[in-house]
Design a protein around this ligand. Structure first.
Ligand code: NAP
Length: 470
């Protein structure tokens, strides 16, 4: 929306003040795109409700994917950029009303992701022993909001585990549960996580896809990795592998899918081996209900056939599969922030090229990037292109004089302090980082994640105390 010329932001006088809500990869990539251009001087504040930055790089990428987690070093470089500040432990919409934030900056970019788990909507979903992948992943990554008691109780029963869904998150969960304790020793997982995983009585992990393998959403690298586990044997039924119907046949002709099918075919001769976890991949079964009565004992499944459009079609053939733990890995959902609605249907913020739409029209100074813009898809790097598109729109709007100047150009740190908030600043995050490395060293590892919010904040405060002493 264009504004009167005399109200236009004038970058020559003062830097463009941009707040980014969410310090995950999308937020940090947006900050990078802003900080590394020279057309418009900028001052970027990245705000996160957690005391720590990096979002899913810290709390989503599987801890045994050490190389991918190393991406944090790249993201850290952006946090260290002189045009960028980090304010952790501040929840926009709760601690800091959105209207107040918007009054103090020229533009806001929402990058807070899709932090809710998808639901199956079937009976028994809430029984003890039924977890979402989000519950489990948050727990094993040491997220401060993880429900330790529920997850650890469920794991203590988990002899036979069923994972519903055949995306990369489902494979992460299956792999972590099937790994030998020694394989996880060098990860950043908190010690209580390593102990609970080592004590879990897992003998069988079954991953269930409702459609044929040609339409599974996992990727080849992640699939092949299952075949390299130290003490698990992957089992596949050859009958599941033949493409059925036009959609599956068409998909199977794509090279990435052909590689997946080849990997699966390589396992059809496998036999269970004594002492090894049986890791079964089963396709064309949909979950009907979880059976109790007091806790999950089994899962009722229905055989599906391939519909012409690729959708799973019911056949009426039922099977009851014993299960002590069911992990529902059926994607994530975006939620609204107080003051920022999401579209009910897409669970994303409505936008055009990253410009937030309110009542169908671009809202001045509001932008969106990452999962809350496009939905929970793609790899971490996808967020880089996505954030660049959004930042390009923002800079175009600046050039076109379409941004209103901020109404109260007061430093955000002053505003946060006046709100009674205690943001975790970059140096405080540095102290948390150092505390995690020091804890890791006591276990012979590079780092151990501090999982408790109070412990994180205590480590952060240490930096503040040292600063005052010095
Ligand atoms: P996803 O790839 O969308 O997979 C969701 C799975 O849930 C699909 O198999 C889907 O089947 C199934 N599903 C959905 N509703 C269902 C229902 N009602 N009943 C049965 N099955 C159902 O999501 P994700 O695994 O959560 O991953 C999210 C994103 O993160 C993806 O882009 C993923 O690649 C990425 N990621 C990447 C890595 C990596 O690169 N290593 C690791 C983790 C995550 P249908 O296809 O039939 O709907």
């Amino acid at each position: 929306m264009a504004v009167a010329r005399d109200l236009v932001v004038s970058p020559a006088d003062s830097p463009l003040r941009v707040a980014i809500v969410g310090a995950g990869p999308a937020g940090v990539y947006a900050a990078e795109a802003l900080a590394e251009q020279d057309a418009v001087p900028v001052a970027v504040d990245i705000i996160d409700r957690l005391p720590t930055p990096f979002g899913l790089v810290r709390y989503g990428i599987a801890p045994d994917h050490l190389k991918m987690r190393g991406l944090r070093a790249t993201l850290q470089r952006t946090l260290d950029h002189p045009r960028v500040r980090f304010f952790g432990n501040v929840e926009v919409g709760v601690d800091l009303p959105l209207a107040l934030l918007r009054a103090h900056v020229d533009a806001v970019i929402y990058t807070y992701g899709a932090a809710d788990a998808g639901r199956l909507g079937i009976d028994g979903e809430e029984l003890p022993g039924s977890l979402t992948a989000l519950d489990l992943v948050s727990w094993y990554c040491g997220h401060p909001d993880a429900d330790r008691a529920t997850v650890e109780e469920a794991l203590s029963h988990a002899r036979s585990v069923v994972v519903i869904g055949v995306g990369n998150v489902a494979l992460d969960v299956a792999r972590v549960l099937a790994r030998a304790p020694e394989e996880l020793q060098l990860t950043e997982m908190p010690q209580h996580v390593l102990d609970a995983l080592a004590d879990a009585p897992v003998e069988q992990v079954t991953v269930i896809g409702r459609r044929g393998p040609a339409l599974a959403s996992f990727t080849t690298q992640e699939l092949r990795e299952l075949g390299r586990l130290q003490s698990a044997v992957v089992l596949v039924d050859p009958h599941d592998l033949e493409p059925l119907g036009a959609a599956e046949e068409q998909a199977a002709a794509e090279s990435a899918v052909a590689r997946n099918l080849a990997a699966l075919r390589g396992w059809v001769e496998h036999e269970p081996s004594p002492g090894a976890v049986r890791l079964s991949l089963r396709f064309r079964w949909r979950p009907v209900r979880l059976l109790g009565p007091d806790r999950v004992r089994a899962l009722e499944l229905e055989r599906t056939a391939a519909g012409a459009d690729g959708r799973a079609v019911d056949t009426g053939e039922l099977e009851v599969l014993p299960a002590d733990l069911v992990v529902r890995s059926v994607g994530y959902r975006g939620t609204s922030l107080p003051g920022l609605p999401v579209d009910e249907r897409t669970q994303t913020v409505t936008h055009t090229a990253g410009r937030v739409l309110r009542d169908g029209r671009p809202s001045t100074g509001e932008y969106v990037a990452g999962w809350i813009k496009r939905g929970p898809s793609g790899v971490v790097g996808t967020n880089k292109h996505d954030a660049k598109e959004t930042v390009a729109s923002l800079l175009e709007d600046v050039a076109a004089g379409a941004l209103a100047p901020c109404r109260q150009p007061e430093d955000l740190l002053t505003v946060l302090t006046r709100q009674g908030l205690h943001p975790v600043l970059l140096e405080n995050w540095g102290a948390i980082d150092a505390a995690e490395e020091a804890l890791g060293a006591t276990h012979g590892r590079d780092r151990t994640t501090l999982h408790d919010r109070n412990t994180l904040l205590a480590a952060a405060r240490l930096a503040a105390a040292n600063r005052e002493d010095g």
